[in-house]
Design a protein around this ligand. Sequence first.
Ligand code: ZN
Length: 358
Amino acid sequence: MDVSEIIIPGDTPGSEWRLPALRFSGSDPKAPKTYIQAALHAGELPGTVLLHFLCERLRQAESEGRIAGDVTVVPQANPIGAAQSHFGELQGRFDLGSRTNFNRDFPLISVADRATLVEDLDDYPATDRLKRQLLHMALGADLVLDLHCDDESLQYAYIDEAFWPEAADLAAALDMEAVLLSDGESSAFEEAVGFAWKYEIPGERQSRLPGKLSVTVELRGKRDVDPALARKDADGLWRFLAARRIVNDERMWDEKPSPAAFSGPAVPLDNVEIVRAPAGGAVLFHRKIGERVAEGDLLATIVTRPGQPDGSVDLHAPQDGLILTRTSDRLVRRRGDLMKIVCDSPSKASRKAGALEN
Ligand SMILES: [Zn+2]
């Protein structure tokens, strides 16, 4: 394992950031190259601890000469966000200086222009510099995994239709309970990687990208940072790497029966119902993540004017579906997101293009 640090100078005198990148060299130049990062939203740590355990296995495999394709791991992709604290609370999602989501505004370029990402870096503030360095590393790979988590959530992923259904092996290996098929239309990290490949020949858009993968994995909820789950997910990712012949694990190839296929729902983003609060107040949830609901089922009650007659509002399921996520807040604001429900049919509500809240 080779550990190198990317130095990102701070925007004021006397400060700088250090971004460790862990590299495992493969023996087969034709094997796919893999890039995995976690905690781009700095407070989302299930992926960081997963990678801690995955690297243990990779180091062992490296010492036995069992790594075929290069693997680059950035377990904590956002030192800038990790250091942001506001009134005692970590603010790892948005850059406090610019109010920009750390997982948006990645440069949309062709992979042919990859080298330009790290040219004239002094022209950019630290946050943009960080984004350019991360994207530059990712575009050197064929398989790119960006590990996030939701608030309170099942295991799921955002996968561009360009990589589906080939990526069902990842969904099965990580035991995902749903896949949201995205349309690659925002500037999130995963979508910027997909964009760069689709426009490898500038001006000509490829809609299928065989042999490539760029995905945002939502490793359950932000409090699901747990030794058993981290090891289980590390084993899952290992199985994926073995099945794609990036690491050699003969035991796994002989394994019978072969790992189960992905059987969960894989739906377009339009089929996700986002249940929003019609008014602010204290929320009482009647249903949990992982439950299936029918149209009209009572999901939540918001106590808007406590103690007063008609002081609450009931919210019902807009259609049948699986409850994928739920907010952990209990004081909710008007139009705040309460739940995501995966449904068979498109939602009637409009949405902005690109990944939801990852
Ligand atoms: Zn995230």
